[in-house]
Design a protein around this ligand. Structure first.
Ligand code: DAK
Length: 256
């Protein structure tokens, strides 16, 4: 199996497992990731998704360069669309996702991490979009998600130079949320615990408001926020949260 799906408490854990190629993204592994994400969307009791790479060395070394070579133009375009569609499933998952970058995250590997809601990285992680060195440009969302995350100028510098960014810089520019010293999966669970205790509908509305707003003018984005914040207000969990505040007790959210 090139993609393993396991359970860690209330988190689902996807592990890319193609050690011999540093977990590089063949089209087959991309399809397996898509299937795993479909399963996660249906899993009972899952409140967050963690994604990591097998082994000590790599989260994912990018698209499988050997497989990418010598393909006719149209299948190549379909390949880009496949990768984009699979990574976009992360946006539409009912729960937030956390990429656990345990080593190299290059090209398509970084694009997978960028499609996650959050990114944690080990001290040895290195990230980059080296496509330009191969005469390519990113094809799985990097030119779109990276500038939205770190700004156009920094993103263009990474894309046009293909340079490797160490974890300290990645954290400083907001590419990763945290640098982790110990066990990355445990750190991922602890990080997820910071939000999984809250109401799932409220968490989802918050993600939707931010995601949709990213492509809108401020005025349109504020209208989306007005709609989604009103929807959140109408949930039983909102009633419970506000009542608990007034009654000076801890709220008990039921995801309703
Ligand atoms: N693809 C295939 N095999 C890879 C690979 C990759 N991306 N990365 C590593 N491997 C394989 C190596 O070939 C080697 O296998 P053998 O040759 O021994 O059989 C094995 O993994 C171990 O790698 P190394 O021996 O190179 O290990 P090192 O520790 O020396 O170096 C490294 C680690 C990560 C620095 C190095 O492996 C490396 O530079 N890897 C390539 C990084 C990279 O350039 N990634 C690809 C970025 S381009 C599109 C779709 C997608 C894309 C664009 C268009 N369309 C459909 C239009 C996106 C493209 C990219 O992601």
């Amino acid at each position: 199996m090139t993609v393993e799906l396991t359970r860690r408490g209330n988190c689902a854990l996807i592990t890319l497992n193609r050690l011999e190629a540093l977990n590089a993204l063949s089209f087959s592994i991309i399809r397996d990731i898509g299937a795993a994400l479909d399963t996660v969307a249906e899993m009972e009791g899952v409140r967050a998704l963690l994604i990591t790479g097998a082994g000590e060395k790599a989260f994912c070394a990018g698209a499988d360069i050997k497989e990418l070579r010598s393909r006719p133009l149209l299948p190549q375009k379909r390949g880009a669309e496949l990768g984009q569609a699979v990574f976009a499933k992360l946006d539409n998952l009912p729960v937030a996702s956390v990429a656990l970058i345990n080593g190299y995250a290059f090209g398509g590997g970084l694009e997978l991490a960028l499609a996650c809601t959050f990114r944690l990285a080990s001290r040895t992680a290195k990230v980059g979009l080296p496509e330009i060195k191969l005469g390519l440009i990113p094809g799985y969302g990097g030119t779109q998600r990276l500038p939205r995350l770190i700004g156009e100028s920094r993103a263009l510098e990474m894309i046009m130079t293909g340079r490797t960014v160490d974890v300290g810089e990645a954290e400083r520019i907001g590419l990763v949320n945290r640098i982790v010293e110990g066990d990355l999966v445990e750190a991922g669970e602890a990080f997820a615990a910071g939000f999984t205790r809250y109401s799932l509908p409220a968490l989802e509305f918050a993600r939707r408001a931010v995601q949709r707003g990213g492509g809108l003018s401020l005025g349109e984005g504020l209208r989306v926020e007005a709609d989604l914040s009103t929807l959140a207000y109408r949930t039983a969990d909102a009633e419970e949260g506000m009542a608990a505040f007034q009654e000076k007790r801890k709220p008990e959210f039921n995801d309703g």
